[in-house]
Design a protein around this ligand. Structure first.
Ligand SMILES: [Zn+2]
Length: 260
């Protein structure tokens, strides 16, 4: 019988990262195509709340941002019907109305140079937690990316079309990737549009899990060291890209026009 080789777990993490680098690649979609795909993915995941919510990303030129035209639902997004705006929400490219609620995104982009994409939505389970005043609890492998990485804003500053709401929300977010906004919804702010899409899907699944779990018992906390390991594992960039690719393939089965 051959001898069992026992290695340090760090070796397996390194090998997994290398394998992901070699095997997990995305099609050459443009940024606009990935924003439109993100809109369709979130529509399919139950994030639609009529016209509420916004998905934005930094444009190539500094101080420019892509977003969906106000009046369109997430399920109507296409690469060709996005708008490019400047850092005062003035229209630069595209045809449509700029969403005035995107002003608080600008506050986050200004203060967080590492943030290149933001998804803010009002999905049902995040909204349920937000109206009873419960922060998100990350206590499961699938939701470990939010461990110590999801802030909570306990007071609602009102519809976010002014500068004051932007200041309050970006200060509450701090340097975290996600925030639950009381009486409002969720927001994720990340380095890539793929990560924003994946975290937005999973923050709603985490909230759903929390509501389900609390109907049968108290949530048990997970070990902080293990939680941090799982957090970093779930956020390996190629794993995030592969998850985005999977969600995008599902969206594209019936909706090829999203890429146009
Ligand atoms: Zn909102």
């Amino acid at each position: 019988m051959s001898e069992v080789i026992i290695r340090d777990k760090a070796e397996y993490h390194a090998r997994t990262t290398d394998d992901m680098q070699r095997h997990l690649t995305l099609p050459p979609w443009s940024l606009r195509q990935k924003i439109a795909l993100t809109c369709r993915i979130l529509a399919a995941e139950g994030h639609e709340s009529a016209l509420a919510g916004q998905i934005t990303a930094r444009g190539d030129r500094p101080g420019t941002y892509w977003m969906l035209s106000f009046g369109l639902g997430f399920d109507e997004a296409r690469a060709s019907n996005l708008l490019l705006v400047d850092d005062d929400l003035q229209l630069l490219e595209g045809d449509g109305m700029v969403n005035p609620s995107n002003r608080f995104h600008l506050w986050i982009y200004r203060r967080r140079p590492n943030v290149n994409a933001i998804v803010h939505t009002h999905p049902p389970y995040c909204s349920a937690l937000s109206v009873v005043g419960q922060p998100l609890v990350a206590a499961h492998m699938d939701t470990a990316m939010f461990y110590d990485d999801c802030a909570y804003l306990p007071e609602w500053p009102g519809p976010p079309i002014g500068d004051e709401e932007g200041r309050i929300i970006h200060e509450a977010l701090g340097d975290k990737r996600a925030i639950l906004l009381a009486h409002h919804g969720q927001l994720v702010a990340t380095g890539t549009i793929e990560e924003a899409a994946v975290l937005a899907v999973f923050i709603e699944r985490a909230a759903h899990m929390q509501v389900l779990a609390q109907s049968i018992g108290a949530i048990k906390a997970i070990d902080p060291a293990i939680a941090r390991e799982a957090h970093d594992y779930r956020l390996k960039p190629r794993a995030v890209a592969a998850t985005f690719h999977y969600f995008a393939r599902r969206a594209l089965k019936h909706e090829r026009d999203v890429l146009e």
